[in-house]
Design a protein around this ligand. Structure first.
Ligand code: PRP
Length: 212
């Protein structure tokens, strides 16, 4: 038996689609059946729990879930000790540095302030470039921070770019690509090798089919 944690919401929907295409019975998680339940059977040998992205990583890192599906954004921020086994190729977007339109971020000598829901990603990015910035953690709608004058720029997820555009902001530079990843607990991968091989084999075929 493998216990997997799936990130609730958009990733959950795609992950279930991929599991179904891999031949797993995901009917317990049908929208009209699942109600408020959080733990489900997917066929004979997989149990699925639904959780928030950061919690998916916590459950997998602690080994109470063997594997999970989560966005690379949350993985990069968590800096957890889990194995990243497969890029599932969905949930594609990117981290970008963005700010008020028409400004050159690196102009001037003043100390820059960056607002982000992802302070670790932001610090790592600027540290690697030897640029000293102050990072302010914001929990949502981070686009407000430069508009209100709290920060010079933001590091955030950009998918279509419409949120930035609607708020008079633009991408200054790309920080990192993002997509959904299959992760595993480092001990479970060894102890349940056959179960992982079987599931990964099926998921790899589904991923390859979607790339055709
Ligand atoms: C994310 C992100 C941006 C938006 C980007 O926010 O933080 O605000 O999506 O998407 P776009 O480029 O297609 O406009 P989310 O919807 O997760 O909400 P939040 O800001 O409240 O976290």
């Amino acid at each position: 038996m493998l216990r997997l944690a799936l990130t609730k919401g958009r990733i959950e929907k795609k992950a279930l689609e991929y599991l179904a295409e891999g031949g797993y019975d995901v009917s317990e998680l049908d929208e009209d059946k699942k109600g408020r339940k959080l733990l489900f059977r997917v066929g004979e040998d997989i149990e699925v729990v639904l959780a928030k992205a950061a919690d998916v990583i916590t459950y997998v890192e602690h080994g109470v879930c063997d594997g999970g599906i989560v966005g690379e954004d949350t993985l990069m921020e968590a800096e957890a000790s889990v194995y990243e086994l497969l890029d599932l190729g969905f949930g594609v977007c990117r981290f970008a540095l963005a700010g008020p339109k028409g400004k050159n971020f690196y102009d001037g000598y003043s100390h820059k302030v960056i607002a982000s829901k992802y302070p670790n990603v932001t610090k790592n990015y600027f540290n690697a470039r030897g640029v000293d910035v102050e990072v302010v953690k914001i929990d949502g709608s981070v686009e407000l921070a430069p508009i209100l004058g709290l920060s010079d720029a933001i590091v955030d997820i950009v998918e279509t770019g419409s949120t930035l555009k609607a708020n008079g902001l633009e991408v200054y530079e790309d920080v990192a690509p993002i997509s959904a990843r299959f992760i595993a607990n480092t001990a479970s991968v060894k102890m349940k090798k056959n179960e992982f091989d079987s599931l990964l084999g099926k998921l790899k075929t589904v991923v390859a089919d979607h790339l055709k």
